[in-house]
Design a protein. Sequence first.
Length: 54
Amino acid sequence: MGISSSQIGRAIGNVVQIGLRTVLPPRCGGCGEITDTTHAVCADCWAGLRFITA
């Protein structure tokens, strides 16, 4: 049994993703600070958010 083309595609995608995160790390949408995940807000910006209340 060999390696399938879908496994190779996933491996290449993972390598590309790691490379992009190294060059362009995910950043806070509020201030631009580097965050752990994409579409995240840092702790300082999160503390300053005002939520809609009824």
